[in-house]
Design a protein around this ligand. Structure first.
Ligand SMILES: NC(=O)c1ccc[n+]([C@@H]2O[C@H](COP(=O)([O-])OP(=O)(O)OC[C@H]3O[C@@H](n4cnc5c(N)ncnc54)[C@H](O)[C@@H]3O)[C@@H](O)[C@H]2O)c1
Ligand SMILES: [Zn+2]
Length: 431
């Protein structure tokens, strides 16, 4: 862990330097470029090669697609309590995300012409479900549920297998629950490349979604333009803003929870109003580290990806949060400060309010998608919503009366832009 003070002369550059560590280094960028080029050229053959290299899985192209019977069997095997959890989480996710289903609208402009917007689901979407370190069962629900609400006709899911070519039962059971049967047991850069460029076995998609490690995230960035991509959700981040009212045990547990993802590139931030609070919480982190099962990988994040920041006021904490744009932001501060912080913090992916709101509630079951921007992309991206699975077309209809009203405006623009044919095309309708 590193501690810096907001008041220090080098604070801005220290913070910038630490955040820079969340961006993708040149060697990963180059690796990704090379793999994508190979996938584009050799298709399935290259996918097999990289699945063997990175996941240890000996797959033939005809093994990529998971058979319906395998999905059904996994769903059947899932213990009742786990199935119940999937259903409960799904209910909250559906209820939350239905709220943001974009609506078509039709109105009139100042000329009296009809104007409006219509929305359509994106025809074919590719969802990435991480599975390198641990199978992210919840990511199935946090992406596929939204795609279903949007009404995407084709939903293809990509997730890495283990070295035996197997996918975790929970992931397949979640897909079964949502009713998705196009599933490919391929992950990493090779999955993103196959989804974007298409191969003989994998038809190309129109947009790729979902979180992943630095390789997956960088692959999505590089295929942007060939296909659409969502918010570049990379290795997890949490920032906790703490004051004297913070529950130290809870705060330490939440820092450890996001450090445990295990890709090793996760970032955790503790912003506190005194050095004592920082010491109490970071000591407690060390105590609780002994209680969790993934402690070795988590320790790596604690050593390299843990920044504590001492501030004098919550106004300073706001400045830090707005710069970092953390994926998850826990405001474990006195209740009287909540309203002001919600007003002033404008870049967080998701805000968790009050001592009882663990980030893990949002990860699994609260309702909003856990697919959230990282590495400061929260400055310009928001968390995944149903609208991201849709595209919009604007519609305009003039009649003779309204075109007459618009003609002088068009003629003036046509003259300014020296585009005679534009002006003429409207003038002849207004005669
Ligand atoms: N931001 C969000 O919304 C969000 C949500 C959930 C999870 N996450 C993050 O997703 C990440 C999941 O990472 P993961 O690693 O467990 O799974 P992953 O599926 O994202 O990545 C695994 C794949 O990475 C590839 N890979 C690994 N090492 C490589 C190398 N040296 N060269 C090329 N390719 C390589 C392999 O193909 C492997 O299959 C975690 O960091 C987690 O924090 C983010
Ligand atoms: Zn998490």
């Amino acid at each position: 862990m590193r501690v810096i003070q907001f008041a220090s002369k080098t604070f801005d550059s220290d913070l910038a330097g630490f955040c820079q560590g969340a961006s993708v280094p040149k060697d990963i960028q180059d690796t990704v470029t090379a793999i994508l080029a190979d996938i584009r050229q050799r298709g399935d053959e290259a996918v097999c090669y990289y699945a063997a290299k990175f996941d240890g899985a000996k797959l033939r192209a005809r093994d990529f697609r998971v058979k319906p019977a395998e999905i059904a069997a996994a769903a059947k095997r899932l213990p009742a309590a786990e199935r119940k959890a999937l259903v409960a989480a799904h209910e909250n996710i559906v209820a939350f995300n239905k709220q943001s289903l974009p609506k078509d609208w039709l109105g009139k402009n100042k000329h009296g012409a009809q104007v409006g917007e219509i929305n359509h689901p994106i025809r074919r979407v590719g969802l990435y479900v991480p599975g390198g370190e641990v199978p992210l069962v919840s990511t199935v629900l946090m992406t596929a549920t939204l795609a279903k609400i949007a009404g995407c006709p084709e939903i293809a899911v990509f997730t890495p297998s283990n070295s035996q070519g197997k996918i975790a039962d929970g992931v397949l059971a979640a897909l079964d629950l949502i009713g998705i049967d196009e599933v490919y047991r391929i992950g990493g850069v090779q999955a993103i490349g196959a989804a974007a460029f298409g191969t003989l076995t994998v038809p190309a998609v129109d947009k790729v979604f979902g979180p992943g490690n630095a390789y997956v995230c960088e692959a999505k960035r590089q295929v942007f333009g060939t296909v659409g991509v969502d918010s570049l959700p990379g290795p997890s981040e949490v920032m906790i803003i703490a004051d004297e009212s913070t529950n130290v045990t809870f705060a330490a547990a939440d820092l450890l929870a996001q450090a445990e993802h295990g890709s090793g590139r996760e970032k955790i931030y503790l912003v506190a109003t005194s050095a004592e609070i920082i010491k109490e919480i970071s000591d407690e982190v060390q105590v609780q580290l002994k209680l969790i099962s993934r402690s070795e990988k988590t320790q790596r994040v604690l050593a390299n990806g843990f920044l504590a920041i001492e501030v004098k006021t919550l106004a300073e904490a706001v400045k830090v949060a707005n710069y970092v744009a953390p994926e998850h932001l826990e405001l474990l501060v006195k209740e009287s400060a909540h309203k002001g912080l919600l007003r002033d913090i404008t870049t967080a992916g998701a805000i968790m309010l009050g001592n009882y709101t663990a980030t893990a509630l949002g990860d699994f079951t609260a309702g909003p998608s856990h697919v959230l921007p990282t590495a400061r992309a929260g400055r310009f991206f928001s968390g995944l919503r149903v609208a991201d699975f849709m595209r919009r077309t604007s519609v305009v209809r003039y009649d003779k009366a309204s075109v007459k009203k618009a003609e002088p405006v068009v003629s003036a623009f046509a003259a300014m832009e020296k585009l005679d044919a534009h002006g003429r095309s409207v003038k002849i309708r207004a005669l």
